[in-house]
Design a protein around this ligand. Structure first.
Ligand code: ATP
Ligand code: MG
Length: 312
């Protein structure tokens, strides 16, 4: 079953000459963890806001948990949980009070509420901080509480807009594990947005890469990476005009791409080929500043589709 169906969705903000979301279409299956990945201003938050009924679309349709986001807002709202990009806890209240308030809004009875609050506190390992005011929480603890909160009313679909923004690597890993656990334990469908390739890589089977309002790639990570190739060797060059076409002539190079100050060569067993590549560079008078050998990442996928690096 599809948890989310988006068709030709468009959002133009008043006064902007462009569409922040520009005819996007995608589906997410029930139980999937799906990521919208893209740089600042790509349109990720705008998409999430339309799917969570907080923002009216300009045109197109979207269904969440089977309900139309324009026509059946209440049903959509009852089916979803959200973590916003900007923190939205009440800082004067304790963790437990924040959760309790949220559970009351969803009409969960007292006993069920108490049990569920214990359960979600345990999930994000905040039991011992439950009765401390949120303004005494660290950034990571606040994020964990927000995750607990969005999960409290047994939603079918969770929307997490940049769930690990501004957190250190260690805390991010923990958040990732909670997200996986929520997905595994109750089968909740999760749509998250992120700037981080590793985050999508760790959590998702499928991603949509957004850029300037459009989805430029939509597939499993495996397929997207296969498209890019096995080993990638990037050569960063000192400023100058060089005849980089010489690399194309190497018979082991399967693909060649040129960017501003570097080239990327696709090949098998790149580790064995670097000496030959350096030799060719030397003969052609190309000054190499750095050499990098790697397996393709989502960064390469982004580069492949847009010609730009993700953090422009
Ligand atoms: N309320 C608004 N009014 C006008 N333009 C807006 C508004 N909100 C967002 N935009 C514009 O829409 C585009 C998409 O913004 P959006 O916040 O959806 O991007 P994003 O992918 O979430 O970026 P980020 O990674 O920085 O969170 C941007 O060009 C932004 O300036
Ligand atoms: Mg955003």
């Amino acid at each position: 079953m599809e948890a989310i169906e988006v068709k030709d969705l468009v959002k133009r903000y008043r006064g902007n000459g462009f569409a922040a979301v520009d005819h996007i279409s995608f589906n997410v299956e029930s139980g999937e963890i799906f990521a919208l990945l893209g740089p600042n201003g790509a349109g990720k938050t705008t998409t999430i806001k339309m799917l969570t009924t907080l923002l009216k679309s300009t045109s197109g349709t979207a269904k969440v948990a089977g309900f139309d986001v324009g026509k059946d807002k209440d049903s959509v709202r009852k089916s979803i949980g959200i973590v916003f990009q900007e923190p939205s806890l009440d800082w004067r209240l304790t963790g437990r009070e924040n959760l309790d308030f949220h559970a009351r809004i969803y009409g969960i009875g007292r006993k069920a509420r108490e049990d569920r609050i214990e359960e979600v506190l345990k999930l994000v390992e905040l039991e011992d901080k439950a009765d401390v005011a949120v303004d005494k929480y660290s950034g990571g603890m606040k994020r964990r509480l927000e995750l607990a909160r969005c999960f409290i009313h047994y939603p079918k679909v969770l929307f997490l807009d940049e769930p690990t923004l501004g957190l250190d690597t260690h805390t991010r890993r923990r958040i990732w594990d909670y997200i996986r656990e929520m997905n595994a334990s109750e089968g909740v469908t999760i749509v998250l947005t992120t700037h981080h390739m590793e985050e999508a890589d760790y959590l998702c089977a499928r991603v949509g890469i957004m850029d300037r309002g459009k989805i430029i790639a939509l597939d499993t990570l495996k397929n997207l990476k296969d498209l890019i190739g096995s080993d990638l060797v990037s050569l960063e060059m000192n400023t100058g005009s060089y005849n980089v076409e010489v690399f194309k002539k190497l018979d082991f190079v399967n693909d060649f791409r040129k960017y501003d100050d570097f080239v990327t060569l696709k090949m098998e067993r790149g580790d064995l080929r670097i000496p030959a590549i350096m030799e060719v560079a030397k003969l052609a008078g190309i000054e190499i500043k750095s050499v990098n050998l790697r397996k393709p990442s989502l960064e390469d996928v982004f580069l492949h589709f847009t010609g730009r690096r993700i953090r422009d």
